[in-house]
Design a protein around this ligand. Structure first.
Ligand code: SF4
Ligand code: SF4
Length: 183
């Protein structure tokens, strides 16, 4: 019984002399190779060249600070709950007197980790966050030989200080690739 009409009848008739030396098949194969040789290359020579991302591309996460450099995250856990891949873990801590210049809210994330091997870059953590504390940037996680290299800790995710590290902060903020340019 046939489930589809896609099956082909196999021709089992004996091969002619020309078929038996496979010359015609070799020429056909070379024809395919030559045709592709002159087509536009789809491979991007990374890292010398970089591909152009769509405006809605979602890459590596960034933990945000406010204009005074205080961490926005209040460790409410909503991003972790929203994450379908269970990639986010955190530990909350109480802000102590004298730490107001470090953390914007009374609670902050003492530990914040994202497992990039689990993450599917869906952006739900960004959408769930009520504090504008996390967003997905336009860069992607670099290759690594170790699994632990893909566990991004708070230090890896936190955006540079906007006052103390102004240049690095500006660079981190304007990471978007110009989608109109072509290579
Ligand atoms: S982008 Fe999606 S999968 Fe990745 S950490 Fe955020 S919610 Fe989870
Ligand atoms: S990043 Fe946003 S949602 Fe996640 S714990 Fe911090 S404040 Fe809450």
């Amino acid at each position: 019984m046939q489930l589809t009409n896609r099956s082909k009848q196999v021709d089992r008739s004996p091969m002619t002399f020309l078929e038996s030396i496979y010359l015609w098949n070799i020429l056909k194969g070379m024809g395919v190779t030559i045709r592709h040789f002159f087509k536009k290359k789809v491979t991007v020579q990374y890292p010398e060249k970089q591909r152009y991302f769509s405006k809605v591309f979602r890459g590596l996460h960034v933990l945000n600070r406010d204009e005074e450099g205080r961490e926005n995250c209040t460790a409410c856990g909503l991003c972790a709950v929203a994450c379908p891949a269970e990639a986010i873990t955190m530990e909350a801590a109480e802000r102590l007197p004298g730490e107001e210049h470090l953390y914007r809210e009374e609670k902050y994330a003492a530990k914040y980790e994202i497992n990039m091997l689990r993450c599917i870059f869906c952006g739900l953590c960004e959408e769930a966050c009520p504090k504008d504390a996390i967003y997905l940037s336009e860069t992607f996680a670099p290759a690594n030989y170790q699994r632990k290299g893909f566990i991004y800790k708070k230090e890896d995710l936190l955006i540079p200080h906007p006052i103390k590290e102004k240049e690095a902060y500006e660079k981190a903020k304007s990471g978007r690739v110009d989608v109109k340019k072509k290579d």
